[in-house]
Design a protein. Structure first.
Length: 405
């Protein structure tokens, strides 16, 4: 059974007691955060009242530890965003790295000299624009990527030394956070780090990137951000739940963990009739469709790009030609499919976001961090669902999974 898992997580969360003294960067309250994508959203369009914190996205690493890149964004936009957020009572960090901006992390954390230089660079940028914190998004340590990242078996050990240096330079009241893979941080021998308590001592918050768990690169369809992988293919055992469990066991206190959830979805093309997968509890799902040889039954035949949630809202209407199925036993996502066009989309909606945020609340984790706020509707329906789920706002029971899209 899947429903009681939050009791196990809550118990694990209560076992981790940190002796670290935290400053103003850690509030001790529930956090609803999101990444602000500077490259595709105006600061004027952010519903600041929905959030307690925002991460400006993104600065990128450069070959020199003495500089980071604004990635083509003007100073005026950055300052406008910070000013608007602070006026609304929202704290703001800036993110350095990301999928396309992590090429030089490994070099910059490799020696004591480069670590000190890089730490001072990051703090100087924070002070220059009036940010409240720094968010490290290294994608990924000791891992080759198609972005040509420099990597080393010593990456994780060197990152820890860097975080210690950064904390010393930035001071105790700077909000330091880090985004991490749902599958875990890779150590020197390719193993997943089992003990991250020294990292936890330096960080105010950790965002688990529990999205992109299945995407257009997999060769089959599936939920972007499932609550549970109980019905997933054996080769893809990751989920929101597994990520929380992994980092709790690694030594992070639940109150310092943020669950990363998506405001976007992946689209595919799938031929009918769909293949039904029987789950451990006897229920069935159409979420996972594979390419088949010699048959058109449930055949995954191609990709249909990426959607922002706000652009999917019309597809929930019967007049759109799409049909919808909610995966309520394990993934807690929606599948939208169009029998005429063969379009097939797995997505979250306010009801499923409410469910995952409420499970996070019951698991005693710190909150939710969305990637990214440009995907929400104009009235902030996903963010509001998370606020209800996290009990930041009352009245959340009206937003139970499936109650609305």
């Amino acid at each position: 059974m899947v429903r009681p898992v939050f009791f196990l997580l809550a118990a694990a969360s209560s076992l981790v007691v940190s002796a670290q003294t935290y400053g103003k960067g850690f509030t001790g309250k529930k956090v609803l955060s999101a990444y602000f994508p500077s490259y595709q959203m105006s600061p004027a369009d952010v519903p600041y009242n929905k959030y307690t914190h925002l991460d400006y996205f993104v600065f990128t690493t450069t070959p020199s530890a003495s500089t980071i890149s604004q990635a083509g964004i003007d100073d005026s936009l950055i300052r406008d965003f910070v000013t608007r957020a602070h006026a609304a009572g929202v704290t703001v960090s800036y993110t350095v790295g990301g999928w396309t901006g992590s090429q030089y992390f490994s070099t910059h954390v490799a020696t004591a000299t480069s670590r000190n230089t890089f730490a001072r660079t990051l703090v100087a940028v924070m002070q220059q624009y009036g940010f409240d914190g720094i968010d490290i998004d290294w994608e990924f340590m000791n891992t080759p990527t198609d972005q040509g990242n420099i990597f080393s078996p010593s990456d994780a050990a060197n990152l820890l030394l860097f975080l210690q240096t950064l904390r010393s330079v930035a001071g105790i009241n700077t909000r330091l956070s880090m985004a991490v893979p749902v599958s875990g941080v890779v150590g020197a021998s390719g193993e997943i780090l089992a003990d991250m308590k020294p990292f936890a001592a330096q960080l105010d918050y950790l965002t688990i990137m529990s999205y992109d768990i299945t995407g257009t690169w997999n060769g089959y369809t599936g939920p972007n951000s499932p609550w549970s992988a109980g019905c997933a293919p054996a080769g893809n055992p990751y989920s929101v739940y597994s990520g929380i469990s992994l980092y709790l066991k690694a030594g992070f206190s639940g109150s310092h963990i943020l669950v990363g959830l998506p405001m976007y979805a992946y689209g595919y093309y799938v031929k009918q009739p769909y293949t039904l997968k029987t789950c451990p509890d006897g229920t069935t799902t159409i979420a996972y469709q594979f390419a088949t040889s010699g048959s058109t039954c449930g055949s995954y035949i191609g990709n249909n790009g990426q959607y922002l949630y706000k652009d999917l809202v019309p597809k929930f209407k019967p007049s759109s030609g799409f049909r919808k199925i909610q995966e309520v036993s394990y993934a807690h996502t929606w599948t939208l499919y169009n029998p005429t066009t063969s379009e097939f989309i797995s997505t979250d909606a306010p009801g499923t976001i409410w469910y995952k945020a409420r499970q996070a609340f019951r698991s005693r984790v710190g909150g939710v961090n969305f990637f990214d706020c440009s995907g929400d509707t104009s009235d902030g329906s996903l963010a509001q669902a998370a606020r209800y789920g996290l009990m930041i706002d009352s009245g959340g029971r009206a937003r139970r999974a499936g109650s609305r899209v």
